[in-house]
Write a protein of this length. Structure first.
Length: 683
């Protein structure tokens, strides 16, 4: 909160005054002009005239500039070029002089009126306002007045624009053009590609870059001054002034901006300016991965310096990601108490879990990365799942490089697993080619947990207990799929994958093992359709148990009607269906057969499952479902009314409307499911 003070400058010709508004009244001590918009009819007659400074009598020209907003304050703005960036630009365009009124400690210097000399800026603010009041020049004061003021990120004090002192700049006109062209002609690619527009726009508006910093640490600016004021710039420490030969030299006390030093990283770390083997081999690099907040601070500057010094881009691809935030999308801060200590997470859950959780959430672009303890814990559970799956495989597989059995010895579950694995490889390759790390992580996670562990291993357990060729074939298929999937997962979870892979004994390290090659011949649509039928039978029975609270330990009879094309697969896996669904006996019947009186029908995508009566209290279930139907119907009616309300649709935010439509769709689906269950129960 600040203040907005409007005060009058007397016109030099004595015909009146012109009122100016300011949020920093003390800077009027350094005013060298008054600016108005050239099309503002209120002041057209004053352009070219001057006002008189009320404290020291200086002439203050009245100029016209399009940067002035006629709607701000009175539409007339005092111009303090030495202490405001916008005012500085106005002065450059209109020829107004610069007048510095501050010393380095933000106290008033000798350029201001004598009565204010030595005052701190805040004391000067009070003193100037009081003096204006004495002279009856105050028109209006507004407090509090909220406006934007830059603050130091370390000491949190207000930043005071100040032109005194020698500052060093990088002239960017010759640098930004090549950096822009590299993005437009394809030498530099952005992922996601929308960042190219932001990058090019920033370069188009880039100004000379101030690189002088008044800090204790950093690269010293390589400039020396002699007593006569001559400047010597040199790579090596000079002994004498290059202009006058004086041996008395003092190096500039400033250091280079951190980002100036950082822009040299791609080649300075490789031995530049010497022509080293590392420099020739590693420059340019392939990929830079960085956050969007330093796209301009670092990425653009590395491009400019790399093209200038090396003649080529420092990297071919720039992958831009979001920032890590908490699980609710908030910035982590001590005051909120939502900081997640990475070392604590590693101690509790392991480095693999933290790494995978971050990768799985890194959707790319400016979308930030939500990180919650629950997510890291879930990734730890995933690592445990892989470890236990590997233990099961190695209980039947002796080690060495896995070899797939001949095609004619592959079961339908083998063919399904190989087909799903090939789909996983394709999905991971496609995601990594586009630097979509989250999609790659999700693909491997989904395959390992939901397909290999939940179905592949479960379907093979009976064969792993067998002997001879059947055991060997099952173990080889599982080991082959596991070994290749570990290689897919290794970049995301390097430690657990290395530990398991070493059990195969086929190489020095998984980190140097070949990336899995594509095997299009493994894609098997027939096996996927047939196995999907088996999955539907098991899933339908499991969902029925869950819906009616029937324990997995309770066995009951079941029969399935399936199409002719799927019958061989269901028959060959009937023992596994019985074990996984908890049914016994299990029969396969003609799909055209009718349901026996009182039996329960579960509908599949292709076929049905019939279950015997008496598995639950039908009357109690009808009562429960009827109440649930009434509750959902009421909620659905409210959601429908809201979506039919044009006022709500017009005023509510897009995300709120979208959430309400999503809620409506889910309630509609839930109601249909309840109605279906009631229909099955005859109510």
């Amino acid at each position: 909160d600040g203040e907005l003070v409007t005060f009058r400058y007397p016109l030099s010709d004595g015909t009146g005054s012109i009122a100016c508004a300011t949020t920093r009244v003390e800077t009027m001590l350094g005013d060298t002009g008054i600016a108005v918009h050239p099309d503002d009819g209120r002041y057209t007659h004053l352009i070219g005239k001057s006002a008189r400074h009320p404290f020291d009598g200086r002439e203050i020209p009245i100029v016209a500039d399009t940067a002035i907003d006629p709607a701000f304050g009175t539409g007339a703005v005092k111009v303090t070029p030495a202490h405001d960036p916008v005012d500085f630009e106005i002065a450059q365009r209109t020829g107004l002089p610069l007048m510095n009124i501050f010393r380095a400690d933000a106290t008033i210097n000798e350029n201001a009126a004598e009565e204010f000399y030595g005052l701190g800026r805040y004391d000067a603010r009070i003193a100037v306002r009081e003096e204006l009041e004495k002279l009856d020049l105050i028109v209006e004061e507004i407090r509090p007045y909220v406006h934007s003021v830059g603050h130091c990120y370390r000491c949190h004090s207000e930043i005071e624009p100040w032109i005194a002192g020698l500052q060093w700049f990088v002239a960017v006109d010759r640098l930004r053009g090549p950096a822009k062209d590299a993005a437009l002609d394809g030498r530099l690619s952005f992922w996601p590609d929308r960042w190219q527009r932001a990058y090019v726009g920033w370069l188009d508006n880039l100004r000379d870059w101030n690189i002088s910093r008044q800090l204790w640490w950093g690269h010293r600016i390589p400039a020396w001054y002699c007593p006569d004021g001559h400047v010597t710039v040199s790579r090596e420490d000079p002994d004498v002034c290059v202009t006058c030969g004086s041996s008395t030299l003092e190096q500039d006390p400033d250091v280079l901006d951190t980002w100036f030093s950082s822009q040299l990283w791609p080649y300075s770390t490789l031995g530049w300016p010497d022509d080293t083997e590392d420099l020739r081999f590693f420059y340019p690099n392939a990929v830079l991965v960085t956050g969007y907040e330093i796209l301009y601070l670092w990425v653009a500057r590395m491009m400019m310096s790399g093209l200038s010094f090396m003649g080529d881009v420092p990297f071919r691809n720039a992958v831009i990601h979001g920032l890590v935030r908490d699980g609710h999308g908030r910035k982590m801060s001590k005051s909120l108490g939502n900081v997640i200590d990475p070392m604590d997470m590693i101690d509790r859950f392991g480095a693999d879990a933290l790494r995978f959780s971050l990768a799985r959430s890194a959707t790319g672009g400016q979308q930030d990365i939500p990180l919650a303890v629950e997510s890291i814990e879930g990734a730890r559970n995933f690592a445990n799942k892989i470890w236990n799956a590997a233990r099961l495989v190695f209980s039947a597989y002796p080690g060495g490089e896995p070899q797939l059995p001949p095609v004619d010895r592959l079961s339908v579950s083998d063919r399904w697993l190989l087909s799903r694995h090939e789909a996983c490889v394709e999905e991971v390759d496609g995601a990594l080619d586009r630097y979509l790390f989250a999609e790659a992580a999700q693909a491997v996670y989904r395959f390992l947990w939901s397909e290999l562990c939940d179905w592949g291993l479960e379907m093979q357990k009976g064969r792993l207990d067998a002997e001879g060729a059947d055991l060997e074939d099952a173990a080889n298929v599982l080991a082959w799929v596991l070994e290749r999937t570990l290689r897919l997962l290794h970049p995301l979870m390097p430690f657990v994958t290395e530990e398991i892979w070493q059990r195969f004994g086929i190489g020095p390290s998984i980190s140097v093992a070949a990336w899995p090659k594509r095997r299009p011949g493994d894609v098997d649509a027939d096996a996927e359709a047939e196995f999907s039928l088996v999955q539907d039978i098991v899933t339908a029975v499991r969902q029925f148990r869950s819906l009616h609270g029937i324990s997995p330990a309770v066995k009951f009879e079941a029969s399935a009607g399936v199409p002719a094309w799927g019958r061989p697969a269901v028959e060959s896996l009937s023992e596994r269906i019985q074990r996984l669904a908890g049914v016994s006996p299990f029969a396969i019947v003609d799909p055209s057969s009718d349901k026996a009186p009182g039996w329960i029908a579960l509908t599949l995508a292709d076929g049905f499952v019939h279950l015997p009566p008496g598995l639950f209290d039908a009357d109690a279930e009808r009562t429960r479902l009827s109440k649930q139907r009434d509750d959902v119907t009421a909620l659905l009616a409210r959601a429908s009314a809201k979506l039919e309300n044009q006022g709500f649709l017009a005023k509510a935010a897009d995300d709120v409307v979208a959430a309400e439509r999503d809620k409506h769709a889910k309630l509609t689906q839930q109601l249909a499911e309840i109605e279906g269950h009631l229909s099955e129960l005859g109510g």
